[in-house]
Write a protein that binds this ligand. Structure first.
Ligand code: GLN
Length: 221
């Protein structure tokens, strides 16, 4: 059984755990650096960075020494999904960071926080998958369902990433071109849409079959 590490410093952790477990994978909550990686490399088969308050998650992750292991683990090719604040954590650039806010800088996009209005403007919606993304087979559904809760917008996609999902003219999801890194502005886990979590498990499998490492690790866990 693959083990998916969910960053559990703050925010919507339980909803992700529920979707992942319903798909048959195991969840481990990440609060310490040693839970992310060790001398022998990554300790999880995939990573989820949940929504919440990105300024808080960033500050805690740096204070607790998680930011560097997370960045290294993601750069080592461990499949990663970030939702909302998790997308902000992944982004290379934050247009309007909270004072002192950093990000992991692993996804070549720029985000603007709270682009869809205040908490009271939160709503569920259907998001169109980008044509290229749906053709590439990374996500198999024609659209995704999710909740926009003080969500960021992806205001620029650089050459190392490509758009994944749109809402009207706004880009609300992107994927790295070379690594299995996916960030979405909305919360599929709140709507119970398992498409992206299923994709994450598929990415583990693809990686395992290429390297043999993840696959043999799951059998032992
Ligand atoms: N507005 C939050 C932030 O800037 C994100 C909200 C969310 O994750 N639902 O971090």
């Amino acid at each position: 059984t693959p083990v998916v590490g969910v960053l559990a410093l703050q925010g919507g952790v339980a909803e992700h755990a529920r979707v992942i477990e319903a798909l048959g994978a195991r969840v481990t909550l990440l609060r310490r650096a040693a839970e992310v990686s060790g001398p022998d490399g990554p300790r999880v088969d995939a990573l989820v960075l949940p929504g919440g308050e990105s300024g808080v998650i960033d500050r805690l992750s740096r204070r607790l020494g998680l930011a560097d292991p997370l960045r290294e683990t993601i750069r080592a090719g461990v499949p990663t999904l970030g939702t909302c604040a998790g997308l902000i954590m992944l982004a290379d650039r934050i247009e309007d960071p909270a004072p002192g806010q950093h990000s992991l800088g692993v996804l070549d996009v720029a985000v603007r926080r709270n682009a869809f209005g205040a908490q009271i403007a939160s709503h569920e919606a259907e998001f169109r998958l980008d044509f290229d993304a749906s053709r590439s087979g990374d996500a198999s559904a024609p659209s995704l369902r999710g909740a926009l809760i003080r969500a960021p917008e992806i205001v620029a996609v650089g050459p190392e990433a490509r758009p994944l999902a749109r809402s009207g003219n706004a880009i609300v999801g992107a994927q790295a071109r070379r690594l299995p890194i996916t960030g979405v502005a909305f919360h599929p886990e709140v709507s119970g849409d398992p498409t992206l979590h299923r994709m994450l498990l598929d990415q583990i499998e693809a990686r395992g079959s290429v390297t043999g490492r993840s696959a043999s690790r799951w059998r032992r866990t």
